[in-house]
Design a protein around this ligand. Structure first.
Ligand SMILES: Cc1cc2nc3c(=O)[nH]c(=O)nc-3n(C[C@H](O)[C@H](O)[C@H](O)COP(=O)(O)OP(=O)(O)OC[C@H]3O[C@@H](n4cnc5c(N)ncnc54)[C@H](O)[C@@H]3O)c2cc1C
Length: 419
């Protein structure tokens, strides 16, 4: 069944699970997954596991080790070592029979239904899943581009950038200044910059107690703001200053050579500068022609692109509705997409899409907070059903339990992704 755009927009999970005819006419149906992160690794694993070999799954991912952004702030704070947030793809290949290809996808031919890799290989697909995460919007912080990322790291893709940022914090002079240029909405991990500030403050409190932290922020408000601000006051009183848009936080440029941040015309000399630029869908989504503006619109019923029913998009790259861009969200969306893909390719049963998310943050030792919600798919979007958030003034036992819950979640999601 070839769906036109009008039909597709109104389609339900059940109609999309109509009997499958293999495009190639023979062999097992083929699924190619681009991006081996929270969304892509989960989707590849669930399709391979639940189809019991009926679907041929290829996962394309350039890195041999995936460093989770989740808990990368805890590495900066000294609560984790780097190896504890690194994961490999061996089990996906050996136990789930996934064909793991370490390469970049550089082109998608939607008519031919094939993906071209940087190494020259061409992979045909019946369904394509894209979960490439984010790229940065050029020029969003004047003076910064990726050629400046060694002097002013973003550390918003984990790995060497995170290591570099931590090393720079350790090399700060006593009484020096750590600056963060925070991103505008929407961006990956809404509480992420503020958890990072907490972890930097935790480190500086022990190693460099007269240092200062300056956040330059284009947003009026941010995730879990009252909880973070209460925690900063309690644990790090006087160390952290935030400049919001009323005082020039949305009029910022940087000079990586001079190590300066200019806020509304006023030049500040800093020792470390963590620039987190505005974000957009990983650029392979643009190459595939499935973006509108900065993001890829999807139907929440199946995570199918609204511009191509043979492509499902997951995680940070999507414009889906109410879910925040988080690893938990990407993992939850991946299971909905995996079920829809199996339904479409093998006729297996497809249930109504349900999603959930929780974002935990650590403010200081054993002081964990969280925000979360459940969601359902409507024809318009993924819509929030109900939510919860930690409260200010909670006692120490509850905060410790919240942190411990996050440690359990990390173990669970990474084994759900990588087997
Ligand atoms: C500091 C920080 C803290 C965070 N903390 C949390 C947290 O506590 N909880 C939480 O739930 N989330 C957290 N997140 C957010 C979470 O990391 C992301 O939302 C999640 O990783 C998104 O999953 P994804 O699959 O969309 O992208 P990713 O996990 O980034 O995966 C994308 C993958 O695609 C690959 N790729 C990109 N382009 C191509 C291409 N052309 N060809 C092949 N491969 C490609 C990349 O190499 C990458 O491995 C945090 C993020 C940051 C930055």
């Amino acid at each position: 069944m070839k769906l036109n755009r009008r039909l597709f927009l109104g389609a339900t999970a059940a109609t999309l699970a109509a009997p499958y005819v293999n495009a190639a006419g023979h062999g097992r149906p083929k699924v190619v997954v681009i991006g081996g992160g929270a969304g892509g690794a989960t989707a590849a694993r669930y399709i391979a596991k639940d189809s019991k070999g009926e679907i041929d799954v290829t996962l394309v991912e350039p890195s041999r080790s995936y460093y989770t952004c989740f808990f990368s702030n805890l590495y900066i704070g000294g609560f984790r070592d780097l190896s504890s947030i690194a994961h490999s793809y061996g089990t996906l290949a050996s136990q789930y029979g996934i064909n793991v290809v370490h390469d970049w996808a550089v082109g998608i031919d939607r008519d031919a239904k094939s993906v071209t890799l940087a190494g020259g290989a061409v992979l045909p697909y019946d369904r394509l899943i894209l979960s490439p995460g984010i790229d940065f919007v050029d020029g969003s912080v004047p003076g910064w581009d990726t050629s400046a990322q060694n002097a002013m790291p973003h550390a918003y893709k984990a790995g060497s950038q995170t290591e570099l940022l931590k090393a720079q914090i350790e090399a700060m002079p006593q009484g020096g200044v750590f600056a963060m240029v925070a991103p505008p909405n929407p961006y990956r991990c809404p509480p992420g910059p503020y958890e990072r500030v907490s972890m930097v403050a935790h480190k500086l409190k022990n190693e460099n107690p007269t240092a200062k932290i300056l956040i330059v922020d284009p947003k009026e408000k941010f995730s879990k703001q009252a909880l973070f601000e209460e925690g900063w006051q309690k644990h790090y009183g006087g160390m952290i200053e935030r400049i919001g848009p009323d005082f020039g936080g949305n009029n910022v440029s940087v000079d990586a050579g001079a190590m300066t941040v200019t806020i509304d015309g006023s030049v500040e000399k800093v020792d470390v500068c963590n620039v987190i630029p505005a974000m957009k869908a990983g650029r392979i989504c643009d190459m595939a022609g499935i973006t509108e503006g900065n993001w890829a619109p999807v139907s929440g019923h199946t995570m199918q692109s609204r511009l191509d029913e043979n492509i499902h998009v997951l995680g940070d790259a999507t414009n889906q509705g109410d879910m925040p861009k988080s690893g938990f969200s990407a993992n939850s969306q991946a299971k909905v997409a995996a079920m829809a893909v199996r339904g479409a390719l093998t006729g297996s049963k497809v249930f109504p899409a349900k999603f959930s998310n929780t974002c935990w943050s650590l403010i200081d030792t054993n002081d964990g907070i969280k925000v979360g919600a459940s969601y359902q798919a409507t024809d318009e979007k993924i819509a929030k059903v109900d939510g919860f958030v930690s409260q200010t003034g909670e006692d120490a036992d509850l905060r410790k339990a919240t942190y411990e819950e996050s440690v359990g979640w990390y173990a669970g999601i990474t084994s759900d992704m990588f087997g």
